[in-house]
Unconditional design. Structure first.
Length: 229
């Protein structure tokens, strides 16, 4: 589809096509998804560095741009990462903000169903851009990490954190984290239930910090995670 970096000859057209696809896709969805995609489009047009393929902006500035609070920014950015539309290029640390890159192909794949409504010329143009050389047309073998992404519909901290964890390591998520069920929340402690005592012990020992970091990336009031069987 689109080149990974939207820069160089023809870049303006490719950017326009991407934003058109996102806008039309948003209008076919409910108001919550529409708002998420509108926020994304505003972020891309206002602050994305297309030449460097990166977004480097603090949560406070995003909150001002979106007219919301920083907690909402955390949750919305987690959703975009969960969709695979944004990826972390450099994790923020010691006062530095996190740097993101976008995956234009993932965005276009998600919006493909709306292309015919935009116009046959639009559909033909993007299909032509996605054509691969014959030598590269290989049928991929199904992999365990290509499982269905987690459902973010619940909107709680674990639903959003699962989406982040899925994008970070699909194999690990499928093997150990998908089966964890949210039991409840007591203050800053989030409790998850594993399908067996062995499963719970493994996750608590080896993956608890990974889970906590993902949860805090969407809700900084999470102070600890307990995994029970």
């Amino acid at each position: 589809m689109l080149q990974k970096r939207l820069a160089g000859p023809g870049a303006a057209t490719r950017k326009y096509d991407l934003i058109t696809a996102l806008g039309a896709h948003a209008l076919s969805l409910d108001k919550h998804d529409q708002r998420l995609i509108l926020r994304l489009i505003t972020l891309l047009t206002a602050r994305y560095n297309w030449g460097r393929d990166e977004l480097c902006i603090g949560q406070r500035e995003i909150a001002q741009l979106w007219s919301c609070n920083e907690r909402t920014v955390k949750r919305e950015m987690a959703k975009l990462r969960g969709l695979g539309w944004f990826r972390v290029k450099r994790q923020g640390a010691r006062g530095r903000v996190t740097t993101y890159g976008l995956d234009a192909d993932a965005m276009l794949t998600a919006t493909r169903g709306i292309w015919p409504a935009i116009g046959s010329d639009f559909e033909v143009r993007l299909d032509a851009g996605s054509a691969a050389p014959e030598a590269e047309k290989v049928v991929p073998f199904p992999r365990a990490d290509a499982a269905t992404p987690p459902d973010m519909g619940a909107g709680d901290e674990w639903a959003l954190a699962q989406a982040v964890l899925y994008q970070q390591d699909k194999g690990q998520f499928g093997a150990w984290l998908r089966a964890l069920v949210r039991v409840g929340r007591a203050g800053g402690r989030l409790t998850l239930r594993a399908p067996s005592r062995f499963h719970a012990a493994y996750v608590q020992t080896h993956l608890s910090q990974t889970i906590l970091t993902a949860c805090q990336s969407v809700d900084d009031s999470v102070g600890s995670v307990e995994v029970i069987a």
